[in-house]
Design a protein around this ligand. Structure first.
Ligand code: ARG
Length: 473
């Protein structure tokens, strides 16, 4: 069967060298795509009269039966370098040496590039659908918590009150960008390199538009050298996975923090928790931790891919074979992590009372106290900032809470700092320090006020409808 070496060499590779250079293991994933590529190419050769119709039909028939029999029908021995050779050997075993016509005007160089693009575009869509489903679940979850106040952080210190819904919808927006990034990348993946052959096309009058149409590509690559050597579409896709992973990692980190005794704002589902072999009281967020860890893998794969790609001379070099296993690994880990994080976050139970407690504590509402000074008394925000800063400083030092802040307390501090008395109404002060009120008056687009979050939810629902429909779901 090893007819491609017999001509040029007297002997085969050593087993060690053959194994070292083989891509068979990683090629499993492109098995079906390679059949499709061969099918489209052979159909085109037949259509253009480049090979005899009878021979073409025999080849197509053998490819059909391989598709039915599946990957296990292939025979592998050390002389078989990759799936392309194994498939050609299979066709040869079925129809004899005429199988060799299948390789007219085609090289494994354009073939592998074509196969990878075929598989990748499907994987991109699978991951995109996963993102849409996650967004859909989060939008629904947000709908249950529109009015539930929660604390927002900057520097992981209490910042300002928000709602649980507003926080969940922040993740939705990040996921939307992760989704759209993949849409854009898809355009550069879905281009046909077939017909580039080894690197300089072919002297046969092939019809590149026909294979492009048969394989459902948007267009074909317009330079054959670029066609066989371009792998930036892989780096770009893996970058998109890295971006998505960073959204997922942030969610995992929050789940770990939020489920601690100290935060105590969520209860993780038992299904996504572990216990300790010695400490019987433990409920550990192992799944979230592992997912947080695994979100680093795509980044590692991206660096590996970029490093392999760097400074490879035109055109095909065998180094390129080394890129695809990293792509497949990045896809697998991203897909697995997206799926588990989706289920894990959507099964979380928010402890709404604890969330509300945190929102009203620790002077997270202080910005609004400063805002009413600006609004009611027309003093510059920086002056108000200074007065409120001192109010919080003194209140915390003497263990005072929000409800202990009075107009008199404020004025004493204002005067001490060299400003006039403000004479703010006590009710107004308490309203400013109320987290629900803080949220209610942030009714600007993008804000946490329930009606604003509702608008954001409606917009996302429309987006989801359109996108699900585009994917035929
Ligand atoms: N297994 C190879 C790869 O993945 C297929 C192309 C082989 N081409 C070659 N000139 N040796 O890149």
């Amino acid at each position: 069967m090893d007819n491609i070496r017999n001509g040029r060499f007297k002997t085969g590779m050593t087993d060690e060298a053959a194994e070292y250079t083989s891509s068979l293991e990683a090629d499993k994933i492109i098995f079906e795509a390679d059949i499709k590529t061969n099918f489209a190419h052979t159909s085109m050769l037949k259509h253009e009269g480049i090979i005899d119709a009878d021979i073409a039909d025999n080849i197509l028939c053998a490819l059909d039966s391989l598709k039915e029999e599946g990957y296990s029908a292939l025979v592998f021995d050390p002389s078989v370098e990759d799936v392309h050779m194994a498939i050609e050997n299979y066709v040869t075993s079925k129809i004899g040496p005429e199988a060799g016509f299948m390789h007219t005007a085609k090289s494994r160089n354009d073939q592998v590039a074509c196969d990878v693009r075929l598989v990748l575009r499907e994987k991109i869509i699978e991951i995109q659908i996963g993102i849409l489903e996650f967004m859909e679940g989060l939008v629904e979850m947000a709908g249950e918590h529109l009015e539930d106040v929660f604390i927002g952080f900057t520097h992981l210190q209490h910042a300002q009150p928000i709602t649980i819904a507003h926080h969940l919808m922040a993740h939705v927006q990040a996921l939307k960008r992760d989704y759209e990034r993949l849409n854009d990348t898809y355009k550069r993946v879905n281009i046909n390199p077939l017909g580039s052959a080894a690197m300089a096309t072919t002297s046969f009058p092939i019809n590149r538009q026909l294979t492009t149409d048969l394989l459902g590509f948007d267009s074909y690559m317009e330079n054959s050298m670029d066609g066989v050597s371009a792998r930036d579409f892989i780096a770009e896709t893996v970058f998109d996975f890295v971006a998505l992973s960073s959204t997922l990692a942030k969610i995992c980190e929050e789940l770990v923090l939020w489920s601690t005794y100290e935060f105590g704002v969520i209860e993780m589902a038992d299904e996504y928790s572990s216990t300790s072999s010695i400490m019987p009281q433990k409920k550990n967020p192992d799944v979230a931790e592992l997912a947080r860890g695994k979100t680093s893998i795509a980044t590692g794969e991206l660096i590996t891919i970029l490093t392999i790609l760097k400074a490879i001379p035109y055109t095909y070099n065998r180094d390129l074979q080394e890129i695809t296993p990293h792509l497949w690994n990045a896809i697998k880990v991203t897909q697995d992590t997206l799926s588990i994080v989706t289920k894990m976050l959507l099964s979380v139970e928010f402890k709404v009372d604890r969330c509300a407690e945190l929102a009203g504590k620790n002077f997270a509402t202080a910005t609004d106290l400063a805002d009413i000074m600006v609004r009611e008394k027309k003093i510059p925000f920086r002056t108000a900032h200074k007065i409120v800063g001192r109010i919080v400083n003194e209140a915390t030092a003497s263990d005072m809470a929000e409800e202990d802040i009075t107009s008199k307390f404020i004025d004493d501090i204002a005067v001490e700092l060299g400003f006039d008395e403000l004479n703010l109404d006590d009710d107004l002060i308490q309203r400013a320090l109320n987290p629900r009120e803080n949220v209610r008056i942030r009714a600007v687009p993008g804000g946490p006020a329930p009606e604003m979050v509702e608008i954001a939810r409606e917009n996302i629902k429309l987006f989801l409808d359109e996108e699900f429909e585009r994917h035929g779901i």
